[in-house]
Design a protein around this ligand. Structure first.
Ligand code: HEM
Length: 468
């Protein structure tokens, strides 16, 4: 290994937290030339005026995603030049952006060293304040628990999400898909729709409501509340109210009250459904606490709905932009399971997850300190050329597809089987019946950098009747 001494000023702010930069300023530091080879040390303008590649704003600002979609060009550059990149965007907490597939696998599979409990999202200062004082602060959700508690609480619901258990929902999923496509077809078979709101939103909502015992008449309420939860920053979808803190508090309370009613009912009259299993769940022989039970409802509903919706809307957009892939699915419906995986890779609805280091560590050759936040960008990992052949090509017959769309390790998506089967049902129904489809206007992205995707996708089509 070659070690050289370089002037401190050439070590780049974008790669190091300020305290480290401060420390480095005091003395010349030995610098590993391999870092140069990997371009960890990066220059934009000149040797004497190094510039950070990004302060992280484009990576985390909900409005940047609304305007430009996921920052693929920047991620591509970061993966090559600074795969573990220090970010200090104004108004947000500082974090390390992790953009490589291998580094994310390393972090996610060590939940004792990189924990979820302090939070899984990067919040603005005002959101943090509002959430801390709302009903959400008291709700305890598995996605924000760490081992050993996490494993015990996850076991409460995991039997309901096994592949076999989810197969029992196939009929419901197929019915939902058929009814929605019938609705699009109308009497003439031709028409225009907003695929994001008319189909992608409705399908997972029906399946989840069925599973969680929410009566059909309450589905619009659930839809409104989960939209508000994931679109805290979207002017169209967010809960209205000039006082943002008050609006978030009211949202927490309304969700709590809705789930509490179902829980009380299922405790008094248990049935054979997920709602009853969660309401009557036990850990080590003790009933799950009320905040854990409500938290479970919240995570299943919120994690299950918006994510699947965004995969479906983004998947349809991908098929409109790559009609050959739609034709391929129509000719080879046996490719549907691979198509589902490719859609999840391509759309990466859960854009990132945050972890907090509880000890000093080295990730991707970069020193991380105890207490630092690591933001793992799944959207970036899913286009990593070291993992995927032709990562920027949407191809439904992709054979090797170890995407991180459902995460990996301790918190691997509990609902992955359900997400797969429900998408499968809709893609099969659509591919059988869609004669042609084309874009009918500009798609619109949600103002969110966490669960990302389209809120509107105007589309024109012709659909065959179900019987042909
Ligand atoms: C395309 C659809 C979906 C995507 C892309 C997705 C993605 C993810 C990801 C990336 C995680 C991992 C979080 C982490 O690393 O910390 C996760 C966790 C989770 N997901 Fe999903 N999800 C989807 C659908 C669903 C559905 C349908 C459900 C349930 C009905 C669900 C329930 C959960 C739960 C409960 C967790 C937390 C697991 C834990 O902490 O152990 N998800 N999901």
């Amino acid at each position: 290994m070659v070690i050289s001494i370089v002037p401190v000023s050439v070590r780049i702010v974008g790669c190091y937290p300020p305290e480290v930069v401060g420390e480095m300023a005091a003395t010349p530091v030995p610098c590993d030339l391999a870092d140069f080879a990997r371009n960890r040390i990066t220059f934009q303008s000149s040797w004497s005026h190094p510039m950070p590649i990004t302060d992280g704003h484009e990576l985390i600002s909900p409005h940047a995603y609304a305007e430009h979609g996921p920052p693929h060009d920047l991620w591509t550059r970061l993966r090559v030049e600074s795969p573990v990149h220090y970010c200090e965007p104004e108004g947000f907490e500082p974090f390390w952006a992790i953009t490589k597939h291998a580094d994310i696998c390393e972090i996610s599979t060590q939940p004792e060293r990189f924990i979820s409990e302090p939070g899984i999202t990067v919040l603005t200062d005002s959101q943090r304040q509002a959430l801390d004082t709302s009903a959400f602060a008291a709700m305890r959700v598995i996605i924000q628990m760490d081992p050993p508690e996490h494993r015990a609480v996850r076991k409460v619901a995991s039997p309901v999400f096994t592949p076999l258990a989810i197969r029992a929902l196939d009929e419901e999923m197929e019915r939902s898909a058929r009814e929605l496509v019938d609705g699009l077809a109308g009497s003439s078979g031709e028409g225009e729709c907003d695929f994001a709101t008319d189909v992608a939103t409705a399908h997972p909502l029906r399946v989840l409501s069925h599973m969680l015992g929410v009566p059909r008449e309450q589905e619009p309420d659930i839809l409104r509340l989960t939209n508000q939860l994931f679109a805290l920053d979207d002017p169209e979808l967010q809960r209205k109210g000039d006082d943002r803190q008050q609006a978030i508090m009211e949202l927490g309370l309304e969700l709590y009250e809705m789930f509490d009613k179902i829980i009380q009912d299922r405790r008094a009259h248990p049935r054979e459904d997920l709602a009853s299993i969660l309401a009557n769940g036990t850990v080590d022989g003790e009933p799950l606490g009320m905040m854990e039970t409500v938290g479970y409802y919240l995570i299943v509903f919120s994690a299950g709905h918006d994510t699947t919706k965004n995969a479906l809307a983004g998947g349809m957009q991908a098929f409109l932009e790559h009609p050959d892939e739609l034709h391929r699915l129509q000719a080879h419906p046996e490719l549907v399971d691979r198509a589902v995986e490719e859609v999840v890779r391509w759309t990466s609805p859960v854009n990132y997850m945050k972890r907090t280091a509880v000890e000093d560590a080295v990730i991707g050759g970069q020193r991380i300190s105890d207490g630092d936040c690591l933001v793992m960008f799944y959207g970036s990992a899913n286009r990593d050329a070291d993992e995927f052949e032709e990562p920027f090509r949407f191809r439904i017959d992709r054979e090797k597809n170890r995407h991180l769309g459902f995460g990996i390790g301790e918190h691997f998506c509990l609902g992955a089987n359900m997400a797969r089967r429900s998408q499968r049902a809709l893609w099969l129904e659509l591919s059988r019946r869609l004669e042609w489809a084309e874009s009918a206007g500009d798609p619109e992205q949600i103002h969110s950098s966490f669960v990302v995707g389209l809120k509107h996708l105007p589309m024109r089509y012709r659909i065959r009747p179900a019987t042909l």
